[in-house]
Design a protein around this ligand. Structure first.
Ligand SMILES: [Zn+2]
Length: 336
């Protein structure tokens, strides 16, 4: 559940301790859902963690067969569209331009098809012959992997590629590339580039990032330390786990969404009358932040040292005293 084969053990302990705030039943549910908690170290991006899947030979071979069919469909579709274009025969210049941009159109057509099939191969437009050795270097393929990678690339592009020695000419000026290397691992270049957009600097700015569609929580190493940089005793990860519980409860517990939304609406109404039950400004943002903050408060006790400075009022005591219905609901959630 915690991604971090490359994490120092002190950070693993910190993350594990924060996770242990949740009852075992909830941890098991979240684990079964495939939730991953990635702790990013300074200077790392998500692509440097084991969240980025390694391209195994079996996975590649399976995807090659699918990708060939998808490429044929995209090429046929764009060629057909070009030949049906009524403006093509009338104007030589327009026709020449349309032909020139055909490979780009094929690429734009093919990429979403691959993406939808979960195939992370990259697609490149190559108007000139390609030196496969140079291409391999640009993908950081190690020398000892070159012939495996070359064989797979030839198989993938099949008759669309004319090869002489290490020089390849793509018949439709379109070349599919099966994988690249990143820090010694075969990975999808497309995924790597996406994952690299989540870097430690961005995650640190947001403290924690939760993405339920990806079943992913990201947190910067500074916030699993105890006390944490900038936030002391406050546990970022517990808040993010609160979000994950909220989303999962929506699927598992029929009344969950309506209950939380109802409690939030009532508290918002009370705040308008001057009775503030929100323990933090963020909990008043929306029902999702409301519940994440409440889960955090439920699991937080003030230590009483100088590290209680961040959100000191978001504690179990305060929640119980100032918002008994919400406290009771979070308790029932923890016990469910
Ligand atoms: Zn949040």
């Amino acid at each position: 559940m915690v991604s971090g084969w490359n994490l120092p053990s002190s950070l693993k302990v910190g993350a594990a301790r924060d996770l242990a705030c949740l009852p075992l039943a909830w941890l098991q549910r979240l684990d079964a859902e495939g939730l991953t908690v990635a702790v990013l170290q300074e200077g790392q991006s998500l692509a440097d963690t084991d969240v980025l899947p390694t391209m195994t030979p079996e996975r590649c071979r399976r995807h090659v067969v699918q990708a060939q069919a998808l490429a044929r469909a995209a090429i046929d579709e764009e060629n057909r569209a070009l030949s049906l274009d009524p403006s093509a025969p009338a104007d030589d210049f327009a026709s020449a331009m349309a032909r020139r941009w055909l490979p780009d159109r094929i690429r734009e057509n093919l990429l979403p098809r691959l993406d939808q099939a979960g195939i992370g191969f990259s697609v490149e437009v190559c108007r000139e012959p390609v030196d496969l050795k140079a291409l391999a270097r640009s993908k950081q393929i190690p020398d000892e992997e070159f012939s495996t990678w070359r064989d797979l690339l030839l198989e993938l592009n099949g008759p669309l590629l004319k090869v002489s020695g290490d020089l390849a000419q793509a018949a439709q000026e379109i070349l599919m590339v099966p994988y690249a290397f990143h820090r010694g691992r075969a990975v999808s270049e497309v995924s790597r580039d996406n994952y690299a957009t989540f870097d430690s600097m961005k995650v640190r700015q947001h403290r924690g990032i939760h993405s339920w569609p990806n079943r992913l929580i990201m947190v910067h190493e500074a916030f699993v330390k105890e006390p944490a940089d900038e936030v002391g005793n406050y546990r970022v990860l517990v808040h993010e786990l609160g979000h994950a519980m909220d989303y999962l409860a929506e699927d598992l517990l029929p009344g969950h969404r309506a209950t939380v939304d109802g409690l939030f609406a009532a508290d918002l109404e009370a705040a308008r009358r001057g009775e503030v039950r929100f323990l933090t400004p963020r909990s008043a943002d929306n029902p999702r932040e409301y519940l994440a903050e409440a889960v955090e408060a439920y699991m937080t006790r003030r230590v009483g040292d100088e590290q209680d400075f961040y959100k000191p009022e978001n504690s179990r005591e305060d929640l119980q005293q100032r918002n008994p219905p919400l406290f009771e609901y979070v308790r029932s959630l923890f016990e469910s």
